[in-house]
Design a protein around this ligand. Structure first.
Ligand code: 5RP
Length: 248
């Protein structure tokens, strides 16, 4: 490639990155403005989109003197809550949350989600299931009619380390595709979750009944949880390329 075409490519990439970041911000701000009220316990998701939602929540706490407590879904979320000077709590003290807000890797037309791109799916699912409303925030790239249409990295499954080979074989023999151990970027070893477990990424090669698949995989000995979030999301906010927010 010529230096000129490389420069054009770099400019395009930076323009798209800015647009995606803006879309994440739009979704995060809209969800916090529409769903968080005074005196609430709020579940805080993980990933890059939630960063915007937490910033907005911190702004509202300052400006409106809101009284909220925040329950994190990961070490990252815990740090985000602390960095933004928001009150940190947990499910021991707040086992019932008013609302939980989190990102997603893909959302289908029925609000089924793939989550766990960042490896936090188990705690994210626990927190989402403790919330009266589970609200999802995402940029336009996550909007899909069927799972697998947009997200090509597969469905994450958190497993107890000693079980990763049997679980991988069981998933592949029952449902096809390939379920591979997630490796650290350095390739020095597997990714280890906040719970001390491994992750399999199951790249499926056909459409499935996701509710049945989720139940079957969860029943496999050694599986902690899957990144399939079925019947959990109440509403999804997509930040769009044109600066609008689409609500599903
Ligand atoms: C982490 C998650 C994230 O919420 C998901 O990967 C979306 O992340 P991002 O907001 O960075 O796109 O499930 O386990």
């Amino acid at each position: 490639k010529s230096p000129k075409s490389r420069m054009i490519q770099r400019r395009l990439f930076s323009k798209v990155s800015k647009m995606v970041e803006e879309a994440k911000k739009l979704a995060g701000y809209a969800a916090v403005d529409n769903h968080v009220k005074d005196n609430q316990a709020v579940g805080i998701g993980s990933g890059s989109t939630i960063v915007h939602a937490v910033k907005r929540l911190a702004e509202r706490v300052k400006e409106e003197n809101l009284n909220v407590v925040c329950v994190p879904t990961s070490f990252q979320a815990r740090q985000l809550i602390l960095e933004n000077c928001l009150p940190l709590s947990d499910l021991d003290r707040h086992p019932e949350l008013d609302v939980a807000i989190d990102g997603a890797d893909e959302v289908d037309s029925e609000l089924n989600l793939i989550k766990g791109g960042g490896g936090c799916l188990t705690q994210e699912k626990i927190v989402a299931s403790c919330a009266k409303s589970f609200i999802v925030i995402a940029d336009y790239r996550k909007d899909s009619s069927a799972l697998g249409e947009q997200w090509k990295k597969g469905i994450p499954v958190e497993v107890i380390p000693m079980a990763y080979v049997p679980v991988s074989r069981a998933i592949q023999s029952q449902f096809g595709g390939s379920a591979d151990l997630r490796m650290a970027v350095s390739k020095a070893g597997p990714v280890v979750t906040d719970n001390g477990n491994f992750l399999l990424d199951w790249r499926f090669d056909q459409e499935h009944n996701w509710s049945a698949v989720n139940t079957t995989i969860k029943m496999m000995p050694g599986v902690v949880d899957t990144g399939l979030f079925i019947n959990l999301a109440e509403r999804v906010y997509f930040g769009m390329e044109d600066g609008t927010v689409k609500i599903r």
